[in-house]
Design a binder for this molecule. Structure first.
Ligand SMILES: NC(=O)C1=CN([C@@H]2O[C@H](COP(=O)(O)OP(=O)(O)OC[C@H]3O[C@@H](n4cnc5c(N)ncnc54)[C@H](OP(=O)(O)O)[C@@H]3O)[C@@H](O)[C@H]2O)C=CC1
Ligand SMILES: O=C(O)C1=N[C@H](C(=O)O)C[C@H](O)C1
Length: 255
């Protein structure tokens, strides 16, 4: 069966990649793509880019099975609420959520919603191993360093926040220290968190565990945004058959 996909943020860094990834597959069709203020005759991968102001009517008229969203927290909430009203599943890789996250969770009572801060399969593997490493090395200092391109808005990254949750769930930590400056010795049970923004780095996450005169470094490096887009399109095809509820990327790759 063909999955009918609507794409938001379609001229953004990730939106373009999603359109390219979808174009490579025979089991999905892009039925519309929107951006906030598209140039008059804009197309990406042969798909016409339409104004985001028309999102609601496009959902009603083109009947997507699922919307794939890489935009910002506020727009993601607007889009998921429309999808919830129309019975259309929603896959989002948007990060930087604060209170807006509650609206995503609420929508999952009516439709299938999948949020993943990182659609790279290697990051899922990293999430799986980091908890074991922290458990196996009690008392070791833990620091997390993430590096992204200079256009990224949110810090720390959504992936870093996900990894931090995993570290905290598996060790005895009391605080996160964001950066370090001046007379600022490390306390025993803190996790240092460092966000670098430079050039066109696609996305790197490194966890350093150090103690006992030894050091372990767990690193994921995305070399191409296509990795995230391919994962998001896999998720879109997968979610088409799911009932209302909250899902993450682990659900997709465990099948
Ligand atoms: N989960 C994952 O695997 C990944 C997640 N991301 C996340 O995806 C998101 C987008 O990243 P990226 O593509 O690099 O960002 P870009 O800035 O390149 O693109 C964002 C797109 O969203 C649109 N947009 C932003 N805010 C709004 C709004 N309020 N209303 C309507 N449209 C809006 C932008 O429109 P306009 O052109 O008008 O500004 C643009 O098209 C970020 O949160 C990022 O962290 C990124 C990579 C991988
Ligand atoms: O903004 C990006 O580029 C990325 N954002 C995601 C995040 O915040 O974790 C995932 C990836 O690292 C790229």
């Amino acid at each position: 069966m063909t999955t009918r996909i609507g794409v938001t943020g379609a001229t953004g860094r990730m939106g373009r990649e999603v359109l390219a990834a979808a174009a490579e597959r025979e089991d999905c069709d892009v039925v519309f793509a929107v951006n906030r203020e598209p140039a008059g005759d804009a197309t990406v991968e042969g798909v016409e880019i339409e104004p985001a102001a028309e999102f609601d009517s496009l959902v009603a008229d083109r009947e997507p099975t699922v919307v794939v969203d890489f935009t910002g927290p506020e727009s993601a909430v607007d889009y998921v609420e429309t999808c919830a009203g129309a019975g259309v599943a929603f896959v989002t890789g948007t990060t930087g959520f604060d209170d807006e996250f509650e609206a995503l969770e609420a929508a999952s009572e009516d439709i299938a919603v999948l949020h993943a801060p990182n659609f790279a399969r290697g990051v899922q593997a990293l999430v799986n191993v980091v908890g074991d490493a922290v458990q196996d090395l009690p008392g070791y200092d833990v620091e997390l360093v993430e590096t992204h391109h200079n256009g990224k808005r949110d810090a720390p990254s959504g992936t870093a926040n996900r990894l931090l949750k995993e570290i905290e769930a598996n060790g005895d930590f009391t605080e996160r220290t964001h950066g370090r400056e001046g007379d600022a010795p490390r306390s025993e049970r803190e996790i240092g968190v460092h966000a670098l923004r430079a050039g066109d780095v696609t996305g790197e996450h490194e966890i350093v565990l150090a103690g006992n005169h030894e050091e372990v470094r767990l690193t994921h490096r995305a070399e191409d945004r296509g990795v995230f887009a391919a994962g998001a399109v896999d998720a879109a095809v997968w979610i088409a058959g799911q009932k209302a509820g909250w899902y993450d990327f682990a659900d997709v790759i465990s099948e």
